[in-house]
Design a protein around this ligand. Structure first.
Ligand SMILES: Nc1nc2c(c(=O)[nH]1)N[C@H]1C(S)=C(S)[C@@H](COP(=O)(O)O)O[C@H]1N2
Ligand SMILES: [Mo]
Length: 410
């Protein structure tokens, strides 16, 4: 139900979004003591922790546009990333800070029989609701760990999150509009706009077959709440298994095309080398590139951080998360000796093939030693993580086994 109350809430947030953004600046410049921060373990990895509207303090990479990373400890506390801790990434500085739900419509047009537009209430009342747990991960998550370094936002591992997304199937909207026979791609646009005319508007497209699966949603809720503004209020595309670049936020325009989309954000942006690893030798360029699409299998240790000194009691609990593009996680292995020996772990509750999957195991450690903890996930079609990081010029697709250095005390 979106009552007047809902609208009022949004107007208040509009004000706080502006004020919050400014006071974030003020905090940094006017106070002598430095704000709380986190240092990521690579050069230029210093990140102030600042609370933007509807957000708890997150790691600020850039303010305009906002690019905020989730502190990694959050992933240990929650299998579903709380909305106020969910990472934020916009490309264009002119982002929506207010939406009038009375006039807001999402339009479906192009190669369809009947152009149509829907209000948020139309979507909620006229279509079957679907709710599913899905990981949203930036294509450049973990880019800061690329060696040699690459250009682009120097993310740690926190440009990802897992949420329960609720909305309507994109397919249901497209079927209602009726596809023309020559429909080939579906292009998505949101309310954000470039500040300068030279920057192209942010547009992303999916091939028709991928747009028409059961899974792709136009979502209006995240973990049971309306989407935070910074995560795309009132609607965003959810493309399970695909990197977040396709998850267009503040979605208000869906255009069916009868050809490939070569707009800037599809070509040349967000392309990967056209080979099995999506990689090249460091410093080299791929001859053929294709649009980035589905995510590679990954896992992380969440309860112990790199550099931790822990007590070597009788048994030490090690736990973490794993995910892939939607085949589901089959097993996660753990090594404490840098990959020489591996042991099985227990998987936690299954929230669906697109969700984070928790895992845990106990290890016995000796005091006064150094250990290299590593986790290795394998999905249900037998794909596993890379033992050594692959490289490409944009730092996309990282899915290397990560190492957590641990020392033990008595
Ligand atoms: N409208 C719009 N949608 C967008 C983007 C954008 O710049 N504008 N960035 C995309 C990218 S690259 C990422 S990683 C995700 C980030 O989603 P989040 O901010 O909800 O975490 O949004 C995607 N959707
Ligand atoms: Mo991204």
């Amino acid at each position: 139900m979106h009552s007047t109350d809902g609208l009022t809430r949004r107007r208040l947030l509009q004000t706080s979004l502006i004020v919050g953004g400014l006071s974030a600046f003020g905090l940094k410049s006017s106070r002598a003591s430095s704000p709380p921060s986190i240092d990521l373990p690579f050069s230029r990895g210093h990140r102030p922790l600042v609370a933007f509207p509807e957000k708890r303090p997150l790691m600020v990479m850039t303010t305009r546009p906002p690019q905020l990373e989730t502190p990694f400890s959050i992933f240990d506390e929650n299998i579903f990333t709380p909305n106020d801790a969910f990472f934020v990434r916009w490309h264009l500085a002119n982002i929506p800070t207010t939406v009038d739900l009375q006039t807001f419509r999402v339009t479906i047009r192009g190669r369809v029989k009947q152009s149509s537009s829907f209000s948020l209430t139309d979507l909620q009342q006229q279509f079957e609701p679907v709710e599913v747990a899905v990981v949203c991960q930036c294509a450049g998550n973990s880019r800061g760990f690329s060696e040699p370094r690459v250009a682009g936002g120097q993310w740690g591992h926190g440009a990802m999150g897992n949420a329960l997304w609720k909305g309507v199937r994109l397919r249901d909207l497209l079927e209602k509009a009726g596809l023309e026979k020559d429909a080939k791609h579906v292009r998505f646009d949101g309310l954000d706009r470039p500040v300068a005319d030279v920057t192209p508007d942010f547009l992303k497209s999916l091939p028709l077959d991928d747009a028409m699966t059961d899974h792709v949603l136009v979502a209006y809720a995240m973990n049971g709440e309306p989407l935070p503004f910074l995560n795309g209020f009132p609607l965003r595309l959810v493309v399970p298994g695909w990197y977040a670049t396709y998850w267009v936020k503040a979605l208000n325009d869906i255009e069916v095309l009868n050809q490939d989309d070569h707009n800037f954000w599809m070509d040349p942006a967000y392309r990967i080398p056209d080979n099995a690893c999506g990689c090249v030798e460091p410093g080299e360029k791929a001859t053929n590139k294709i649009p980035i699409s589905t995510m590679k299998v990954r896992s992380f240790i969440t309860n112990i951080a790199d550099g931790d000194a822990i007590h070597a009691g009788s048994q030490v609990l090690v736990k973490g998360i794993a995910f892939d593009q939607g085949y589901g996680i089959d097993q996660v292995l753990l090594s404490v000796d840098g990959g020489q020996h591996w042991k099985a772990t227990r998987l936690g509750k299954d929230y669906g093939d697109f969700s984070f999957r928790q895992w845990e195991t106990q290890v016995t450690l000796k005091p006064g030693q150094s250990y290299e903890f590593q986790s290795l996930a394998i999905n249900r079609i037998g794909e596993s993580q890379q033992l050594h990081a692959k490289w490409n010029p944009n730092g996309y697709l990282r899915n290397a086994v990560e190492t957590v250095h641990v020392s033990t005390k008595g």
